[in-house]
Design a protein around this ligand. Structure first.
Ligand SMILES: CSCCC(=O)/C(O)=C/O
Ligand SMILES: [Fe+2]
Ligand code: NI
Length: 269
């Protein structure tokens, strides 16, 4: 039987897999709770099931999680990704900049903006078949590794500044955190900043044309893999850069054609 392991964050349709719904099916269900980080509290659920036991609605809610077919995913304390709306203070960019009270942003909301996420085991990135599969499926032929720390990155101060300028690229930005942690900020469809906390094992894709920026957090260190389809194009266009075709094609929901294309592909699994 084709078994899959599914990990759902608390904002990710967890109710669809409540024990009541699962009774009478062949699914097993257990819910795990984790308080392992002061700043990143996650409640998540681990479901083992066969694909054929899923209802269409359940398939819909988990379509992105089937990317890896029957491969088991690493069970860790944090399988989600935490994101929140930012305050507008001019304080140090490395601080979390949460609203008070915090307003979190779910993975579903990020997907609607064309932002996708995988959680991988970064301890085995050099030989990881899951990473290999993603690279093959998505055509990420290029990769290199960047370590952002004052002692290792030439022109560190200047680069940190440039990364935090609001910009877009004409290609997707694909980053896999191998060590340390950092933030990606993206604009939502109402032009509000969403801060995405990236840590070891997080692979994220930002769609071409989305306004975004990047910063280290207060730990001042991250090691990341940069992936690209074909030869990399690092060119960043600082805002305003709305004359590009890719921006003009954005519809009112903020979902651009590039994101829609990806949605179609990722549901075909
Ligand atoms: C984690 S890689 C450094 C950031 C970067 O390359 C970029 O383009 C930010 O937008
Ligand atoms: Fe960028
Ligand atoms: Ni295609």
């Amino acid at each position: 039987m084709d078994f899959v392991n599914i990990f759902l964050g608390k904002n990710n349709n967890l109710e669809m897999f409540s024990p009541e719904l699962l009774s009478g099916t062949r699914m097993q269900h257990r819910t795990l709770r984790s308080d392992w980080s002061h700043s990143r509290k996650f409640s998540y659920s681990h479901v083992t099931c066969s694909r054929s036991t899923l209802s269409p609605a359940q398939r819909e809610s988990t379509r992105y999680l089937f990317v890896f077919g029957s491969s088991a995913r690493v069970l860790g304390p944090n399988m989600g990704l935490e994101a929140w709306y930012m305050d507008s203070s001019d304080d140090d960019q490395r601080k979390p900049h949460r609203l008070n009270p915090n307003v979190s942003v779910s993975l579903d909301e990020l997907r609607k903006l064309g932002v996708f996420h995988w959680k991988l085991n970064a301890d085995v990135y050099e030989t990881d078949p899951e990473l290999e599969q993603i690279r093959k499926e998505q055509g990420y032929s290029y990769m290199d590794i960047i370590t952002i720390h004052k002692d290792t990155l030439p022109n560190y101060e200047e680069k940190v500044k440039v990364f935090y300028e609001e910009h877009l690229h004409l290609d997707d930005e694909i980053r896999y955190i191998l060590d340390g942690q950092a933030y990606f900020d993206v604009r939502d469809e109402k032009d509000r900043w969403i801060r995405i906390a990236m840590e070891k094992g997080d692979l994220i894709t930002l769609p071409a044309g989305i306004y975004h920026r990047f910063t280290l957090d207060e730990t001042n260190y991250v090691k990341a893999m940069r992936l690209f389809v074909g030869e990399p194009v690092w060119k960043a266009y600082n805002r305003p850069a709305d004359d590009f075709h890719i921006r003009q094609n954005q519809n009112t929901s903020g979902l651009n054609p590039s994101a829609t294309h990806r949605l179609v592909h990722r549901s075909q699994v």
